[in-house]
Design a protein around this ligand. Structure first.
Ligand code: FVH
Length: 291
């Protein structure tokens, strides 16, 4: 058993996620200093043992590791710009959702002020923080990641994805893109069966099982995307799928459900077929997505 004391952590931003992060640090014995624009949000954490920082400068100088989780990139810059000098020599871990370009801009800003920077993407909802389902992506300063990994692992499995600070955001946005593709299909499917008063609860287990089975295709899709070869092991050609896809659009229209979530995909499939790739796999539409 390790006798190393849990390292001090500062958490800036106590919205739903920041509160969950601070709670995970506290639960695991890390001396935790907290700050939020609306100070009252710190009260429940202070009751659990957190230290309320008197002001922002006191918050960022309370320890070596400063975790920030605010609404967006603009709010991070607004909060951190005035305390850049106080942050010098410390490690800043930015777990605010953002784009790769924003992450790189934040990394450049940090470097210009002598701040060690890690950008992160949280793949969990607040109640999931600290559970086995949660994982967090990090990119940027590798040595800082290694040094602070024991603390960062308190939030969820910690994955370092590269020294380019923008990579965690890229992985994060790509994972969210997959999630929203899934969610939009699920909502459309439930709306469709609802038009005939099929109880959603009766249909849902079938939908879950179908999606789980289809997720087994992801490794093959990945191989095709990385090789650019969409011709191997074709069992459901895009030509066949494009023909059947018309029924998906028509059924939605006939049932009174707007097919807007699928019309872009239909257009890509038909273009791919028209371009002579009808015997290939669906994954080839990636060629049309690239600008
Ligand atoms: N909650 C979730 O499910 C997702 C899971 C994945 C990661 N996201 C991202 O995490 C960031 C924070 O999300 P959140 O859930 O904590 O969001 P809110 O509960 O709305 O809290 C927002 C905090 O940001 C503070 N804030 C906003 N604008 C400013 C500003 N201009 N100056 C200072 N602070 C600002 C706000 O403060 P206050 O309103 O309480 O005073 C909250 O602390 C986010 O990037 C998600 O995309 C969450």
């Amino acid at each position: 058993m390790s006798t190393t004391p849990a390292s001090p952590v500062t958490v800036l931003g106590l919205g739903a996620m920041g509160t969950a992060l601070a709670t995970a640090f506290l639960t695991n014995g890390h001396p935790t200093t907290v700050w939020n624009r609306s100070a009252a949000k710190a009260d429940p954490l202070v009751a659990r043992g957190a230290v309320r920082a008197g002001d922002l400068a006191a918050a960022v100088t309370a320890g070596e590791l400063v975790v920030v989780c605010l609404l967006d990139h603009a709010s991070v810059r607004e909060v951190l710009d005035p305390v850049a000098a106080d942050l010098a020599g410390r490690t800043l871990v930015n777990l605010t959702n953002g784009t790769p370009a924003q992450a790189r801009e934040a990394a450049a800003w940090a470097a210009a002020h002598g701040i060690t920077y890690l950008d992160g993407g949280i793949m969990a909802v607040p109640p999931g923080i600290g559970t086995e389902q949660a994982f967090v992506l990090y990119s940027g300063a590798r040595e800082a990641f290694d040094a602070h990994r024991p603390a960062l692992e308190r939030l969820g499995a910690a994955h370092f994805v590269g020294t380019d600070a923008g990579l965690a955001a890229l992985y994060d946005i790509a994972l969210l893109s997959g999630m929203y593709g899934l969610f939009s299909g699920v909502v459309h499917a439930l709306a469709l069966v609802d038009t005939e008063k099929v109880p959603a609860e009766r249909f849902a287990p079938m939908l879950s099982a179908w999606i789980a089975a289809m997720a087994g295709s992801i490794p093959h899709f990945a191989h095709e995307i990385s090789t650019g070869d969409y011709t191997q092991g074709v069992v459901s050609s895009i030509g066949m799928q494009a023909a059947a896809f018309g029924n998906l659009i028509t059924t939605a229209e006939e049932q009174g459900v707007r097919p807007v979530l699928f019309t872009a995909l239909q257009e890509l499939m038909e273009r791919r077929v028209a371009d002579g790739h009808g015997a290939e796999n669906l994954t080839g539409i990636a060629e049309l997505l690239r600008k």
